[in-house]
Design a protein around this ligand. Structure first.
Ligand code: HMG
Length: 455
């Protein structure tokens, strides 16, 4: 009998502070519509002085454990994916373990495996696949494993990347026979190319990015991974041939969202590629003109060329695109447009957003995931929404958290960005949460992070 593994529940954490995108645009002398309409960003999540990627991960994990009434012995692994780990050697997962032990008791998690995984924004998807494979192979010693995605997206002040910052974490509970999403391992497709679109050398706090180029890399890798997914569907017999539409097989999807418009570009490129051989494409082309030629261009050059962008813009205005986008993608962005980029967490927060926004019956539907990480790699995979999902989803509270946040003025945001506020000078002093309280100063603990659960 086939072993079913997947995601049983999830718990999101977003910081309590945000910057309004229009206010940021005005402060930078950019037309606000460039951020709200051009990039699709409304708000950017900002971490307070006492927060980092580890406190966010610990908050999400604690919430996940509490709402499922789990004790440490129920858990086999806590694997944390991040690209903003506070340490180059000690894994962030051990800092998270230490924080959780302040609540569950010293040594209560001694039995767990706790690696940190890195592959830019796609890291959590890789961690998830590894852990699910481990559970499916019956190697696990406890019923549950947890994968946490946590990140703070940070670029230089006044840079073109600045409006695409954000921060959040999400913890995913994995097990056999999950109540929420059952993984379809046989279809998963990968697309990986050693590239230089975005990276952060260890000595830097902000990323080095070639913005337009990175958009092209995202689209290129996603196409490679989607083609691999398509081939796997043909191999298994779900699609009859490579020319059949993949779109018809996916009911809803979440893509990595560095900014919401990127998801629109990605979905449009996916549909263009998927529909090219279908009879309906002729009608679309008649209305918007032919697809530009790729001759002499690399994939990335083609995807960021003026001609392709204009073609895609026309395609996005078609009724055919709108229908698919509204039915399958739009709801994933309800939360993401209020968070900004959260790197590893983004694609999974998009899943959470779908579940909170949609009211129709989703049981049995196929949920597609388009996960991208710079450097670069894309993973396209899917899950089937389980009959009991509504019971799980009714406890999701990402939208409530987003609505309860405090808007901060640009000067305060800049102070936080530049590290001018000390750990005890938080805009909202920590309460009922984990906080970074001090850094080691002696020869044996220099730079070590000390965390405390503040009641
Ligand atoms: P930019 O170059 O300043 O923006 O920064 P632009 O000129 O491309 O304009 C963006 C859109 O706004 C365009 O829309 C403009 O027309 C429109 P489009 O034509 O493409 O549909 N626009 C306006 N709309 C309304 N009113 C106006 C107006 N003006 C212009 N007045 C960029 C954009 C994303 C490059 C920049 O923010 C950046 O460098 N961000 C960081 C990198 C990034 O997010 N890359 C995304 C892909 S890579 C990725 O996702 C991985 C990542 O998450 C990291 C990881 O994996 O770890 C980043």
């Amino acid at each position: 009998m086939k072993t079913i593994v997947g995601i049983d529940d999830m718990a999101a954490y977003v910081p309590k502070l945000y910057v309004d995108a229009e206010e940021l645009a005005e402060a930078r002398g950019i037309p606000p519509s460039k951020l709200t309409k051009g990039l699709g960003i409304e708000k950017l999540s900002i971490t307070d002085a006492h927060e980092d990627a580890a406190t966010m991960a610990a908050m999400a994990t604690l919430k996940l454990m509490e709402k499922n009434d789990l004790s440490p012995k129920d858990i086999d692994f806590i694997e944390v994916a991040t690209e903003t780990s506070p340490d180059a050697s000690k894994p962030i997962s051990c800092y998270v373990q230490g924080m959780l032990e302040q609540v569950y008791g010293k040594g209560s998690f001694n039995h767990i495996g706790a690696p940190e995984t890195k592959f830019a924004c796609v890291g959590a998807t890789y961690a998830l696949i590894d852990r699910l494979a481990y559970i499916a192979s019956n190697w696990n010693k406890a019923e549950y494993s947890i994968v946490v995605a946590t990140d703070i997206a940070k670029y230089e002040l006044n840079s073109s990347g600045e409006p695409t910052q954000g921060a959040a974490a999400i913890a995913l509970l994995l097990k056999k026979n999950p109540r929420l999403l059952a993984y379809e391992p046989e279809f998963t497709g990968f697309g990986t190319i050693d590239d230089r679109d975005f990276f952060r050398p260890v000595e830097r706090k902000t990323a080095v990015v070639n913005g337009q180029y990175s958009v092209g890399c995202y689209l290129r890798d996603m196409r490679i991974a989607a083609d691999a997914y398509r081939q796997n569907m043909v191999r298994v017999g779900v699609l009859k041939s490579l020319k059949e539409s993949l779109t018809e097989k996916i009911d809803l999807a979440s893509f990595h969202s560095p900014f919401p418009k990127m998801v629109q570009y990605a979905f449009a490129s996916f549909l263009i590629h998927d529909w090219r051989n279908l009879p309906k494409w002729k009608k679309i082309i008649e209305a918007i003109g032919p697809e530009p030629s790729r001759e002499g261009l690399t994939d990335v050059e083609f995807y960021i060329s003026k001609e392709y962008k204009e073609f895609r813009r026309r395609f996005i205005k078609t009724e055919e695109f709108r229908r698919e986008y509204e039915a399958k993608i739009k709801d994933s962005l309800e939360a993401l447009k209020q968070i900004g980029n959260s790197y590893t967490a983004s694609v999974w927060l998009g899943v959470n957003s779908h579940f909170e926004v949609r009211n129709d019956d989703l049981a049995g539907k196929r949920f597609g995931i388009g996960s991208y990480g710079s450097g670069s790699s894309a993973v396209v995979c899917s899950f089937i929404i389980q009959p009991e999902y509504k019971e799980v989803v009714k406890k999701f509270d990402l939208m409530r958290m987003l609505n309860d946040r405090k808007r901060i003025p640009i000067e305060v945001y800049e102070d936080l960005h530049e590290g001018r506020l000390k750990l005890h000078e938080s805009v909202i002093p920590p309460k009922d949460e984990f906080a970074l309280v001090s850094f080691g100063e002696t020869s044996v603990d220099y730079g070590y992070r000390y965390y405390k659960y503040i009641k």
